[in-house]
Design a binder for this molecule. Structure first.
Ligand code: F1P
Length: 354
């Protein structure tokens, strides 16, 4: 890889991810009838995956339950394989949703196989039509427009979350939610143009040498994805926590070199602003990603990204990710890494059959 080509796929995929979102919506809508019949009589949904796909599951499960009223949880694929009785309720009213960009990650393929062997229905979400998952599931949503060349996931993960949101909307017959989701590509385009520069600036702030990402409720899944992007691309310490849990121990690590990114919700906003204040007292560098900043946020945060979506907290979530993808990308370049091919990583993980 020549110097000037480092990270060229990742950058393209971050900047253009709204095209992948635009392509995702009709793919899910086109399967509406199948999705409705697949979900008939379902009492529980298990979203499963590895890496970023598991983080997508963490974002989707709470909002799926919120909109459909059907019990939903996110579980690592390996747990579905090795500890199934700790995951599934008795009786076959569980729908298992394996999520995998490649569709070939061993644990996720095994999770799908083992769910089917237990008589459960499966609905796979993948970007690869030629994958094992695409061939084996009861139903598959193939998000080809979201496939990627870079090893690190950016547009695929936001598109897979959007796919999960669409699934929730279709199963709950929520046309208002579908209309809201349809606005995301346009809002996202304006936002990505606007935040590219601030993501670049934060990424190149060499006072920062460790990262923490915090969010409540469905934003905890986003926090996990943010920390993974930094860990993969930047190779510096990076952690994620449920927001208020950060005060129960992890705050011992805060100092003037830690960037603490607060993914701000609506439901817990007051508690989150109090948290921001505490991080300032501890001398942390703070980035707040929010719908709209009020005077408290403007007074206390070092960096602010407003998404200005006018969308509810469960709908706007993917808009929070691109700025962190930019931060990780530019810091990665600054550290001399290649964001397209991070150290020790492969496009997907295939376990040895043995
Ligand atoms: C993709 C994944 C990535 C991660 C790493 C290994 O798996 O887990 O999330 O960044 O490069 O592969 P999948 O989504 O294809 O199952």
């Amino acid at each position: 890889m020549t110097e000037e080509n480092r990270g060229k796929f990742a950058l393209f995929e971050i900047i253009n991810q709204t095209n992948a979102w635009e392509g995702t919506i009709p793919i899910v809508e086109g399967s509406s009838d199948n999705l409705k019949s697949l979900s008939m009589g379902i009492k529980e949904v298990v979203f499963t995956g590895c890496g970023s796909a598991l983080n997508a599951a963490w974002v989707i499960a709470p909002l799926f339950q919120y909109y459909t009223g059907i019990k939903a949880r996110a579980v690592p694929s390996a747990d579905c394989v090795f500890f199934p009785d700790t995951i599934y309720s008795r009786g076959n009213s569980t729908l298992v949703v394996p999520i995998s960009r490649s569709g070939d990650t061993t644990e996720t393929v095994m999770a799908c196989e083992s769910a089917q062997a237990r008589g459960m229905k499966t609905l796979s979400i993948t970007c690869n039509p030629d994958s094992q998952l695409a061939r084996m599931s009861s139903e598959t949503l193939i998000l080809a427009p979201a496939s990627e060349k870079a090893v690190v996931t950016t547009q695929s993960v936001t598109s897979m979350v959007l796919c999960g949101q669409m699934l929730a909307a279709i199963i709950s017959d929520n046309t208002e939610l579908i209309e809201q989701l349809r606005t995301l590509p346009t809002i996202g385009r304006t936002l990505i143009d606007k935040i590219h520069a601030i993501g670049h600036r934060i990424g190149e702030n060499d006072a920062i040498n460790k990262f923490a990402f915090v969010g409540n409720g469905p934003y905890y899944g986003l926090a996990r994805e943010c920390q993974l992007k930094v860990k993969e691309m930047v190779l510096l310490p990076s952690d994620s926590y449920p927001l208020l849990d950060f005060r129960h121990g992890p705050k011992s690590n805060v100092d003037k070199h830690m960037l603490i990114t607060i993914l701000m919700s609506d439901s817990a906003k007051e508690a989150e602003i109090a948290f921001l204040e505490e991080m300032k007292v501890l001398n942390g560098i703070t980035l707040v990603i929010c719908e709209k900043a009020d005077s408290d946020i403007i007074r206390m945060a070092d960096y602010i990204v407003e998404v200005n979506s006018r969308l509810p907290e469960f709908v706007r979530s993917i808009l929070y990710l691109p700025v962190v993808q930019f931060i990780a990308y530019y810091r990665s370049l600054m550290q001399g890494c290649d964001p397209d091919n991070p150290r020790n990583l492969t496009y997907f993980v295939a376990l040895d059959e043995a």
